[in-house]
Design a protein around this ligand. Structure first.
Ligand SMILES: Cc1cc2nc3c(=O)[nH]c(=O)nc-3n(C[C@H](O)[C@H](O)[C@H](O)COP(=O)(O)OP(=O)(O)OC[C@H]3O[C@@H](n4cnc5c(N)ncnc54)[C@H](O)[C@@H]3O)c2cc1C
Length: 350
């Protein structure tokens, strides 16, 4: 039986290991820290198509991700659920109403067959009934649309459980500093997310792919919230989320380019930016005193855009010798990416 080492027990490496085990391979998963210790527990907790990626023409990715949401809901309904989000429209702020309306309709079309309710328009009074704390000045109404929300850490650990049930071995606190540390394996998968280049650079072949490290921070406020929101950052093209999460309100995220894969904690500037964005749309204002927790993670993105907001959330594979390097991706589509990584690996094993 072929023996495969998967390096990196974030959601991408874990889904790849899970796929390989389902196909009957012997798999060992290595992590320098612990499963889901880094980016995979620092996401916005959304299993989503990514409404905003429609603007950059990533239709294929959005379609894949919209369909992928259902996989997680079916497999682990105790760790994720459908979530209705409102995109409030204010006169003169952000994109015009028609543009958001077109995007939500397109989202519905790409989601056909995924079992999610369709989007619809809510009047200003209906919107305020859902969230009386929203500012009413210049509010035209809101588009309601559906995605799903997960507990990313617990859902990731659930995948680890599936790996163990299929006989996969998990080595925590086992950094793979050098590929020569794994001589007894038929193939190696480098799924180290933000650290992918460390192992790739040990191979002589010319680098084909460049990565971008983009930190995203969130803040948590100890106040319950009934209605999830997606809102434009005032005077920017970016959007941010205000989400109910485990009885609190989660606000995020930021996009800060870093020159290293390790995450830094949310900076005071990021916290102020998120509070300011929230306060712009809400009657009851928040201050730094209200922030009970922050968390940050680094997105391993394929370098393809000047502005990280426009970077693709697609993924890429590269095989060098018996090593498959996995670049990019997103949580929602990790299971599909894991299956595709297997297909790629089979090509080099045969
Ligand atoms: C702020 C933010 C918000 C996001 N929101 C969403 C969202 O709402 N929905 C969504 O679908 N996606 C979201 N994403 C994207 C998603 O979280 C990531 O694409 C995904 O978690 C990346 O997983 P990964 O396994 O590649 O990386 P990681 O989770 O970082 O895993 C890599 C693992 O490799 C290990 N490792 C590294 N080097 C070595 C080594 N040499 N030896 C052994 N182990 C090693 C690390 O310890 C780590 O555990 C978000 C990302 C960020 C940063």
């Amino acid at each position: 039986m072929k023996k495969i080492a998967v390096v990196g027990a974030g959601i991408i490496g874990s889904c790849t290991a899970w796929s390989l085990l389902k196909r009957g391979y012997q798999v060992e998963l290595f992590d320098k820290d612990a499963p889901m210790a880094h980016t995979s527990q620092s996401s916005s907790k959304l299993l989503h198509g990514g409404l905003r990626y429609l603007e950059t023409g990533q239709f294929k990715l959005v379609h894949k991700a919209l369909q992928a949401r259902q996989f997680w809901l079916e497999q682990a309904p105790h760790l994720c659920h459908q979530l209705e989000l409102l995109f409030p429209i204010y006169q003169g702020i952000g994109r015009p109403r028609w543009q958001i309306g077109t995007a939500t309709k397109l989202y519905d079309v790409l989601a056909i067959g995924s079992g999610f309710p369709k989007s619809r328009w809510l009047s200003a009074s209906e919107t305020l009934l859902r969230n009386p704390n929203l500012s009413s000045q210049n509010l035209l109404g809101a588009y309601s649309f559906y995605d799903a929300q997960m507990d990313d850490y617990q859902l990731g650990l659930w995948v680890i459980e599936q790996i163990q049930n299929l006989g996969g071995m998990i080595h925590t606190k086992r950094p793979v500093k050098d590929l020569s540390q794994l001589p007894n394996f038929d193939a190696i998968v480098n799924a180290t997310g933000p650290w992918v280049m460390h192992l790739r650079q040990q191979q002589a072949a010319k680098l084909a792919i460049e990565m971008d490290w983009v930190r995203g921070s969130h803040i948590l406020v100890d106040k319950p919230l009934n209605q999830a929101l997606m809102l434009p950052i005032p005077n920017e093209k970016r959007i941010f989320f205000v989400l109910p999460y485990h009885g609190q309100t989660m606000i995020g995220t930021t996009e800060i380019r870093q020159n290293q894969p390790e995450s830094e904690p949310a900076s005071d500037k990021e916290i102020a930016y998120l509070l300011e964005s929230y306060n712009y749309y809400h009657q009851q204002q928040l201050t730094t005193q209200d922030v009970c927790k922050t968390f940050a993670g680094v997105r391993p993105l394929l370098k393809d855009a000047i502005n990280p907001s426009n970077s693709t959330r697609e993924w890429a594979f590269e095989t060098v010798g018996n090593v498959l390097h996995v670049y990019g991706g997103k949580w929602t589509t990790a299971q599909i990416q894991g299956e595709m990584a297997c297909e790629e690996l089979l090509k080099c094993l045969n």
